[in-house]
Write a protein that binds this ligand. Structure first.
Ligand SMILES: Nc1ncnc2c1ncn2[C@@H]1O[C@H](COP(=O)(O)OP(=O)(O)OP(=O)(O)O)[C@@H](O)[C@H]1O
Ligand SMILES: [Mg+2]
Length: 492
């Protein structure tokens, strides 16, 4: 097949540190090619170079026979290359349609033709999922936001679409939809660059895979030539052990009891969490998992509902109350509420303890030690503890989200999509940490759309559907099929 893109010997440095060391990459017409590599390997950076976002680099980029390495992001878009970014880039106050057609609004008599714009947006979205083009982006959940991003990239009618972790926040059904769309795009001769840490998806949808390790090009293979395990081992350069779910070995005491929570959306939700237990909460997007977590953490008010922590009835009106009862909540939306992107790793890992402590003169040395410790434990790829969060790779940002809650020694931890965008090696490290926390008597709730993840660590699984807990699965019964039956409500 015809090669449409060639990137040759790409070198890129940030602040004097080289992160890409002469990477080669090529794309053929109508194919889906994956880029795989650990967190910080340079995947997003390579694609930002291609799309003109980073313009200081060495090397050559040839697209359809033409040198394009000096072009601006806008010029690149006009050449027919569009990108769905790993971090969402939408304007919250604007509508879905306005976001899709930003700066390219259809005009009528020199005024924006809203009718046409909304109609076009609706048509685009129909290929994906029912989303009202007139809805404000801020009112959408994170999965829907992601779908708007996908629709936006389609609206350019590009010949090459780069998807950087498009499914990290999507669940099975939406992922299926996206895959259908990719197949359709391929048929129309559109090439897709697909970046994901879900190797199963890569085997399913991609034709070839290019592997990067630490900013170095390793190899490119036809997808049939490699297994998931092969890809993982090429990425990390060593063998990887599987994670095995650990049996519950705690005291059996109830750490958290949530009773009869009801509001506009949640319907009489009750459950208990034991000391030292790892409880998975599964369900499709919009099932109410995040809402439940937000209620427990004091972000969301409910009409009815009671919470007890270690047998004591408590009133949690705000996150500060929740933190007082040693509840931690690592949110799924790291850009929105998980992290202070402009602050350093040190500040972010210490932020919760700063809130808790009455002493405003924090001890810099202590903070430094803690941050260093967390960087070690999570193997965060960074230059120093004062590096800004926004300059870390996506997966490494996620590790900081987790570390800040572990740093304050929460007793009950709610982790919403804890390994979103985290590579397979680091994912195993995070599972090991969760298992270790549970062994120490901490109780962990893992909310996850990634079934492989739910199966890998949960000792018990609750499945939610439309604001309700539809069922509980324990022990040997925990498998993909049983979860899906409850999650989709098929078994009714
Ligand atoms: N703006 C920046 N300033 C400084 N360093 C950066 C910047 N952007 C990326 N880096 C560094 O470049 C390296 C590659 O990062 P990149 O985001 O490309 O990784 P990635 O392969 O996309 O990882 P992930 O799977 O976590 O998304 C990392 O070490 C990262 O810290
Ligand atoms: Mg990335």
């Amino acid at each position: 097949m015809e090669t449409i893109l060639e990137m040759k010997k790409i070198h890129k440095s940030f602040f004097g540190v080289e992160v890409l060391h002469g990477v080669d990459f090529d794309v053929r017409k109508g194919e889906c090619i994956a880029i795989c590599g650990e967190n910080g390997a340079g995947k997003s950076t390579l694609m930002k170079i291609l799309t003109g976002i980073h313009n200081k680099f060495l090397g050559e980029i040839i697209y359809k026979g033409e040198n394009i390495q000096h072009l601006s992001p806008l010029e690149i878009q006009h050449k027919g290359i569009s990108m769905i970014h790993q971090e969402l880039n939408l304007l919250d106050e604007m509508t879905v349609a306005q976001n899709i057609y930003l700066c390219r609004e259809p005009k009528k008599n020199r005024l924006i033709d809203f009718k046409k714009m909304n109609k076009d947006a609706k048509q685009l979205l129909e290929r994906l999922e029912e989303i009202d083009p007139k809805a404000k982006v801020k009112d959408l959940g994170i999965a829907k936001k992601q779908i708007v991003e996908i629709a936006k990239s389609l609206s350019y009618n590009a010949d090459l679409i780069i998807m950087d972790e498009p499914t990290a926040v999507l669940t099975i059904n939406e992922t299926k939809m996206l895959f259908q769309l990719i197949r359709q795009l391929k048929k129309n001769g559109v090439a897709v660059v697909y970046i994901s840490h879900r190797l199963k998806e890569i085997k399913e949808i991609c034709d070839r895979v290019t592997i990067l390790r630490d900013g170095t090009y390793i190899t490119t293979k036809d997808i049939e030539e490699v297994s998931e395990k092969d890809i993982a081992e090429l990425m990390v350069g060593r063998e990887i052990e599987e994670v095995n779910q650990k049996e519950y070995s705690g005291s059996g005491n109830i750490a958290l009891s949530v009773q009869h929570v009801s509001d506009d959306f949640l319907k009489d939700v009750s459950f208990e969490l034991k000391e030292g237990e790892i409880l998975g909460i599964s369900g499709l997007v919009g099932a109410g998992r995040t809402e439940l977590a937000e209620y427990i953490f004091g972000i969301r008010k409910a009409k009815k509902g009671e919470i007890s922590v270690y047998g004591e009835h408590v009133s949690i009106k705000s996150p500060i109350d929740a933190i007082k009862y040693r509840i931690g909540f690592a949110t799924e939306d790291r850009k929105g509420s998980g992290l202070f992107l402009d602050r350093s790793i040190r500040d972010n890992t210490n932020i919760v303890s700063m809130l808790k402590s009455k002493n405003i003169f924090n001890n810099r040395r202590k903070e430094e030690i803690l941050a260093k410790n967390m960087i070690d434990v999570f193997r965060v790829k960074c230059q120093s503890t004062v590096q800004k969060i926004k300059n870390l790779s996506g997966g490494n940002q996620q590790k900081i989200v987790l570390s800040k809650w572990i740093a304050v020694s929460s007793k009950i931890l709610i982790l919403d999509e804890p390994t979103r965008g985290v590579d397979i090696g680091a994912r195993k490290e995070i599972y090991d940490i969760i298992n270790r926390l549970a062994e120490e008597g901490k109780s962990v709730i893992v909310i996850s759309s990634d079934l492989t993840e739910v199966l890998a660590i949960s000792q018990r699984v609750l499945v939610m559907h439309q604001g309700e807990i539809r069922g509980e699965i324990v022990g040997d019964e925990i498998n993909e099929e049983n979860i899906m039956i409850l999650a989709t409500g098929i078994g009714e």
